[in-house]
Design a protein around this ligand. Structure first.
Ligand code: EPU
Length: 417
């Protein structure tokens, strides 16, 4: 199994190019199922989750041609297999995103129930409730969701909680429904807007994406389009925090700063100087960061996907920080690993109290999920001595060539087998 070995203590200095966003790319790829024409997707990140999604779409009958690893053309002329099997869904929960488009286009879909995962239970009841409101007949048997609907009907759907992939699944399904669908309490994440832009380019009639009410007027069919995946705001945030924690200076290019307000506010509060333009952002951190309290919540509030990285920065900050995770019930797994590096953290329920110390100690640690892996890298970069991170397959699902990008800006980091 691969490990990452980090020698800590080097401030990050230099420039990094940001990749396309994983959480925008995955739903956009699924949108290809909604039409028999070709969808061209650009700026795809080279990640294991993207490869898994492409394999699933291929297995379902989508013809995929790749110009280079960043650009693909997907043509789903006939959907030959309307099944997303357990083997796929268990490795990547986002496979649930094929449910809405498959049902809307083919009138039928069978997909494995995702089950729980490392960060929480993560049920998909809202996806199911929404599709049922649109007239789908849904049965759950032997761990699979079987959905049938000759023709989905527009409906008013009030979601019980804000769900990103739930909103995306229902928005895709509604593009081909008969009549108008109104999604209330919809997710406002930038990735939802990116998907809406792709669907609109394909001929969908969608209003209000980016607000909590999205209205979709169903159309008879969608057509070919070209879409460029938005830059990854979480990758951007992760490198900014790594630079801030290591008291470095970093310039990130090819990113989008208007989707990062809550993260940038917290970095400024920690003492970082930040400048930005249309597609770049730079951060300089001269002194020890100050502790910053974090409370995760749906967009535009502070993202759960950045909580673990800020935890690592707070471990070596000046003061005490209170970090509250409100989205997932088990997303503080990195605490135990950070403690192995001598971090001073107490957990009570969904809250971690982090007392900053002068320096972490390098240690052998284990990644528990994708963003926890990123937090351990940041901890390793600022620790004294060597840190070895095991189970980095989580990392390869969501960060493109992270060790290469970090090496470029002075990190002592290498992958071993
Ligand atoms: N929830 C339900 N029922 C549902 C759907 C969600 O109870 O039917 C609950 C979840 O259990 C959770 C909360 O609602 O407690 C929010 O979950 P959400 O559905 O928004 O999460 P998701 O769509 O499964 C996406 C991202 C996650 C990110 C979350 C929150 C993708 C592919 N994944 O997940 O990304 O953390 O939104 O912003 O878009 C990551 O990239 O590391 C990652 C986990």
């Amino acid at each position: 199994m691969h490990k990452l070995i980090i020698q800590g203590g080097n401030p990050l200095r230099g420039e990094i190019k940001i990749s396309g966003a994983k959480n925008a790319a995955l739903p956009v790829l699924c949108a290809a199922l909604l039409t028999s024409d070709t969808l061209k997707v650009q700026n795809l990140p080279d990640l294991n989750d993207v490869t898994t999604m492409l394999s699933l779409l291929k297995e379902m009958g989508t013809n995929i041609s790749t110009n280079n690893h960043l650009d693909v053309e997907l043509t789903a002329t006939h959907l030959s297999k309307l099944v997303a099997p357990y083997e796929m869904v268990k490795t990547m929960r986002a496979a649930i995103l094929v449910l809405g488009p498959m049902l809307a286009r083919a009138g039928e879909a069978t997909i494995s129930l995702p089950g729980g995962c490392a960060i929480g239970m993560r049920p998909v009841d809202q996806h199911i409730k929404g599709l049922q409101a649109m007239g789908a007949d849904i049965k759950i048997e032997h761990g699979y969701i079987h959905a049938v609907a000759k023709q989905l009907q527009g409906a008013r759907i009030v979601m019980d909680m804000i769900t990103v992939t739930g909103t995306e699944n229902l928005m895709m399904a509604a593009t081909l429904a008969k009549g108008t669908t109104v999604l209330e309490n919809a997710a406002r994440e930038p990735e939802v807007v990116d998907l809406a832009n792709c669907l609109i380019a394909m001929g969908a009639k969608i209003h209000g994406a980016g607000s909590d009410i999205i209205t979709i007027e169903g159309v008879n069919s969608l057509h070919s389009a070209e879409h460029r995946v938005m830059p990854d705001r979480i990758e951007t945030g992760t490198f900014l925090v790594a630079a801030a924690a290591s008291r470095g200076e970093i310039y990130l290019q090819g990113t989008q700063t208007n989707s990062l307000d809550a993260v940038l506010d917290k970095l400024s509060e920690a003492g970082a100087s930040i400048e930005s333009g249309n597609d770049w952002i730079s951060l300089k951190m001269k002194a020890t960061p100050k502790s910053v309290n974090i409370r995760t919540a749906p967009y535009p509030a502070f993202p759960t996907d950045m909580q673990a990285q800020f935890m690592s920065m707070n471990c070596v900050a000046d003061g005490t920080a209170i970090i509250t995770e409100t989205i997932f019930e088990n997303r503080l797994m990195h605490v135990q690993e950070l403690k192995r590096m001598n971090a001073n953290i107490n957990v009570e329920g969904n809250t971690a109290i982090v007392h900053g110390i002068l320096q972490l100690d390098g240690a052998d640690v284990m990644a528990t999920d994708l963003r926890a892996s990123a937090s351990l890298i940041i901890a390793g970069l600022v620790a004294q001595g060597e840190t070895s991170i095991d189970r980095i397959y989580h990392l390869d699902r969501g960060y493109e060539r992270i060790e290469e990008k970090l090496s470029q800006v002075g990190a002592q980091i290498k992958r071993t087998n």
